[in-house]
Design a protein. Structure first.
Length: 107
């Protein structure tokens, strides 16, 4: 075992396989919840198409969903500090689709 993979104290070692490391492009999210979990479907939708393809689904405990939201807020703040404010287009009505294909909801 080399130093890169050697556990140090209580640090968690994370392995990302080559198929996961490539990532997938998503520009559309559907989020639902029950009393015990949050379900996030991350999808991609192309202009002119009426169908989004779900690329991955994540199921989180409510505590982990809140931690994820906090981590995203922290990273967005760091990003904006380094690169400038992220501008969102003022399009009405607000849709969950990046291409305004007509579905309304929360993303």
């Amino acid at each position: 075992m080399d130093n890169h993979n050697k556990p140090q104290g209580n640090q968690l070692q994370i392995e990302v396989g080559p198929d996961v490391a490539q990532g997938v492009y998503v520009n559309f999210a559907l989020i639902a919840h029950s009393s015990s979990e949050f379900v996030m479907d991350l999808a991609s939708v192309l202009p002119g198409l009426q169908k989004a393809t779900v690329r991955t689904r994540a199921i989180l405990a409510p505590e982990h969903a809140k931690r994820l939201a906090m981590a995203l807020q922290e990273n967005i703040a760091r990003y904006e500090q380094e690169f400038g404010k992220i501008q969102l287009p003022n399009s009405k009505p607000r849709t969950i689709s990046p291409f305004n294909i007509g579905n309304k909801g929360e993303a």
